[in-house]
Ligand binder design. Structure first.
Ligand code: PLP
Length: 478
């Protein structure tokens, strides 16, 4: 395929959009410039391929397709059936899963589908029995009341937010924390690592219906075989949310005990992080949960997004190619080089390093909050996000951590030498940033000072680092 074709496709698309609302075309163009120029270290972001992006911009967006392949509530879904079946087949083959449900619109939606599927499968209430036989519209108010009472009694054990878990793993402000009576497991305070004996102890005491594995900000491998044994010992369903590290599973960097798919009853993921697909979600499960999972729409989800399922099929096909395994390994090599570069310069890292795609810097060692560090880095052309560290004294808003990840820069082709240079840039910014004070003289968690010339100099160095690795080199919008 010629480079020219990609340029022509995106240029023509913008021309068509510009004729209707030029400001949207301008914003799309400006976004490409911004993404090209910034050193993107957001652990949950990536750059999808032009083929994946183009698969989303078309008339599949116009279709309603509630139901599943071959069993739709709408007529005329034969082409949607084709792409949904393809995406599911690629997902099953890629991950070695018995069943794949590719409709969830996002990771949170995938988790909701999974929670519902487990509840519907496990709870013996007349209301749920009715729901299981697809009579949701017939449920009376009393049925729904009974249902809510049943749901309110369910228990979930997941990783705590400050140890790296996700909001949907039972955190109170999220619906998961309202649907479930929740308890969390943290990490060992000295090592920062999951203490499996403590998880087993919590499971014995709490007897969860669902044990959740997976994380948004834990920089280490997780032993899913052990977590499954713990779940089995208390009769819990074992669910893993692999949203962050799905690319490392797909690329066979995480295998054996560290591959969740053979161990979990149900696995959820996003498709847009390390997996490098379109924004979306997916559920993989063992055969006994397949029927419940397939009821995700309309039980929990609105109509599926056929254009995004088409893009999932494209991205999953890409992830099945041999070069994806190489990409996944380079993500981890880069994260380790970044961690080593930071450690050598004196940074404190949660768990002392990484064996996945992300690194968590405890910036309190630099006398900063996560909020101050995030903004100072942004001023210097380095895009990261602040994140809690275990037992964070600054809470979930200001935080004491900076989470950085390598999937995006690895897609651009940066390697370990450039990761060391990136560590130097980050360390220079953080050592030259000082925490500010409020008007009354008390320490501020948000204000900071950083010399503007230094910030500009670092931003230029960041641009120089990116220059040999242009983003979407084939696309020229000029
Ligand atoms: N699960 C995990 C572990 C995540 O890190 C995230 C997003 O950051 C999600 C779920 C939610 O994904 P989405 O934003 O697509 O709903």
């Amino acid at each position: 395929m010629s480079h020219n074709a990609e340029s022509t496709a995106f240029r023509s698309a913008l021309e068509v959009i510009r004729a209707v609302e030029p400001r949207v075309a301008d914003a799309i163009g400006a976004e490409l410039t911004d993404q090209r120029e910034s050193l993107k270290l957001i652990a949950s972001e990536n750059y999808a391929s032009p083929a994946t992006l183009l698969a989303m911009g078309n008339w599949f967006s116009d279709k309603y397709a509630e139901g599943t392949v071959g069993r739709r509530f709408y007529a005329g879904c034969q082409n949607v059936d084709t792409v949904e079946a393809l995406a599911a087949e690629h997902a099953r083959e890629l991950f070695g899963a018995a069943h794949a449900y590719v409709q969830p619109h996002s990771g949170i939606d995938a988790n909701l589908v999974a929670f519902w599927a487990v509840l519907a499968d496990r709870v013996e209430s007349p209301a749920l029995k009715k729901a299981q036989v697809r009579q949701v519209n017939d449920l009376t108010e009393a049925d729904w009341f009974a249902l809510r009472r049943e749901l309110g009694n369910q228990r979930m054990l997941g990783m705590s937010l400050d140890a790296g878990g996700h909001l949907t793993h039972g955190f109170r402000p999220n619906i998961s924390g309202k649907m479930f009576d929740q308890r969390s497991y943290g990490t060992d305070l000295a090592t920062g690592l999951i203490d499996y004996d403590r998880v087993a102890e919590a499971a014995r005491e709490f007897k969860p219906l669902i044990l959740v594995g997976g994380y948004s900000a834990y920089p280490r491998k997780v032993n899913f075989r052990i977590l499954r044994e713990i779940a089995d010992s208390v009769g819990a369903t074992f669910m893993v949310d692999m949203a962050h590290f799905a690319g490392l599973v797909a690329g066979k960097v995480f295998t054996g005990d560290f591959d969740p798919v053979p161990h979990a009853h149900i696995v959820t993921t996003t498709t847009h992080k390390s997996l490098r697909g379109p924004r979306g979600g997916m559920v993989l499960c063992q055969p006994e949960l397949a029927d419940q999972v397939d009821r995700g729409c309309p039980m929990v989800l609105g109509g599926p997004l056929p254009h995004v399922m088409a893009a999932k099929a494209v991205a999953l096909a890409e992830a099945r190619r041999p070069d994806f395994a190489d990409y996944a390994q380079r993500i981890v090599d880069n994260a380790q080089a970044l961690a080593e570069g930071l450690l050598r310069r004196g940074a404190t890292l949660v768990t002392g390093g990484t064996d996945n795609h992300l690194v968590l810097i405890d910036v309190s060692g630099y006398g900063l909050t996560g909020r101050q560090a995030e903004q100072a880095l942004l001023d210097s052309g380095i895009v990261t996000n602040r994140n809690s560290v275990p037992q964070d004294p600054n809470g979930a808003w200001y935080t004491s951590g900076i989470r950085i990840g390598t999937p995006a820069l690895t897609t651009r082709g940066l390697g370990t030498a450039e990761m060391d240079q990136t560590a130097e840039l980050i360390h220079t910014v953080l050592t030259h940033t000082t925490a500010g004070a409020n008007a009354d003289g008390t320490p501020s968690k948000a204000k900071y000072t950083l010399d503007a010339d230094l910030a500009d100099k670092i931003a230029r160095q960041a641009t120089d680092l990116l220059a040999p690795h242009p983003l979407y080199p084939a696309i020229d919008l000029a």
